[in-house]
Design a protein around this ligand. Structure first.
Ligand code: ATP
Ligand code: MG
Length: 366
């Protein structure tokens, strides 16, 4: 007999053990539920895995007949929550695949802002931009946050020596010289942010036309661009300083992501007051065109309550699509990807694609 460490012998043992287990199962009529792997369920997030229907044990003449192991029995999910979720996701995928989105006649510049941190500004910026780019629009993302999270999520180089939005705002560098193309979408571009931007708030204080610097650079770039851009998204830091003011002055629209949790509406009135002030003094066309509910967890009453409150307050602006809390969405940036390239068929990706379609169909506000 070979030594147990010998590869061939180990395989034999495994086969024997497996055969013994199978016999045990058959003899005892063990019909325990099988767990359904992710490949079968499509990895539906948050959905409970249903139990497989038990294989009936047929008794004839007091002797159990051979029972087919549960793992090889085909079964349908029937009318379970998971079955409904899977068929709903299929329906959403097909609707999105068939959709043709209108392109705006004029570039729409949207600033994604909320001074509250971690509400999904960057996630919303990069995924909406990717969703629109996937439908054929030419999209530019301007990363205006020294954290550089939008640059990371789009797989864009933003080491400290990279020429970035800092040089655009402080040194009058043309945007055309700092723009980079997304590795995943041909029509998606990014102006990266580096850590140098952290000092820009202070440097801007003493500069001439300090609130207009991004707008001047962006207008020049859009005017001179050989091919027109359909959308520009500006990702703001979680503050209402001079960088965010530059973003408000450069845009026509504000998109506010609101996280479906208890403190969601706190600070919102201050944000709206600031936007009103900018509109009155610096940018008369600025308006809050879009509110997107993020990190929604349908299982909690709190999320439903917050979503309802926001819809009651802002019936015109809130998108019908809302973004669920999703592991795939939070994983994607660590691969330098949007969820749309990372896992296109996940519920989080479908939600961002639907939100992007809604923004395109609504068009620019009048
Ligand atoms: N729908 C979601 N489901 C799960 N995690 C999410 C979702 N949206 C965002 N996240 C995660 O929450 C965290 C905060 O998101 P994000 O960075 O987009 O917020 P932010 O408002 O840009 O933050 P900051 O204010 O720091 O700029 C990130 O780790 C992100 O991956
Ligand atoms: Mg951010």
């Amino acid at each position: 007999m070979k030594h147990p460490n010998d590869e061939g012998t180990r395989v034999d043992y495994a086969a024997e053990i497996y055969a013994a287990m199978l016999n045990d199962t058959e003899a005892s009529g063990d019909t325990e539920a099988v767990s359904v792997p992710d490949e079968v369920t499509g990895g539906a997030e948050g959905a409970a895995v249903p139990e497989a229907p038990a294989v009936p044990l047929k008794i004839s003449g007091g002797v159990p007949e051979k029972v087919v192991p549960a793992t090889t029995t085909p079964f349908s999910f029937g009318d379970t929550p998971l079955a409904r979720e899977l068929s709903e996701n299929t329906r959403r995928r097909q609707a999105l695949a068939a959709a043709v989105l209108p392109l705006p006649a004029k570039t729409r510049v949207l600033t994604v802002a909320n001074q509250k941190g971690g509400v999904g500004k960057t996630t919303t910026t990069v995924n909406l931009a990717a969703g629109l780019a996937r439908s054929g629009a030419r999209v530019l993302v301007i990363d205006l946050d020294p954290q550089g999270n939008a640059s990371t999520a789009l797989g864009i180089e933003h080491r400290s020596e990279t020429v970035s939005v800092y040089e655009v705002i402080i040194n009058d560098e043309p945007i055309a010289n700092v723009i980079q193309k997304s590795p995943d979408f041909d029509t998606l571009f990014c102006v990266p942010a580096t850590i140098h931007l952290a000092g820009a708030e202070i440097e801007l204080v003493s500069m001439v036309a300090r609130e207009q610097r991004l707008r001047t650079a962006l207008e020049k770039f859009l005017d001179e661009s050989a091919e027109p851009f359909h959308y520009v998204f500006i990702d703001c830091p979680p503050s209402l300083g001079l960088l965010t003011i530059n973003a408000f002055v450069a845009a026509q629209e504000v998109l506010i992501p609101i996280q479906c949790e208890y403190y969601a509406l706190e600070g919102l009135s201050q944000l709206l007051t600031n936007i009103k002030l900018i509109e009155r003094h610096l940018n008369p066309v600025l308006m809050v065109s879009t509110i997107l509910l993020t990190m929604y967890d349908a299982r909690t009453n709190l999320a439903n309550q917050v979503a309802q409150d926001v819809r009651d307050h802002f019936p015109e602006q809130v998108l019908a699509s809302l973004i669920p809390r999703s592991v795939r969405i939070s994983e994607a940036p660590s691969y330098g990807q949007t969820v749309i390239s990372y896992d296109a068929n996940s519920p989080g990706s479908l939600s961002y694609l639907e939100a992007a379609a809604e923004i395109a169909r609504r068009g620019a506000p009048h």
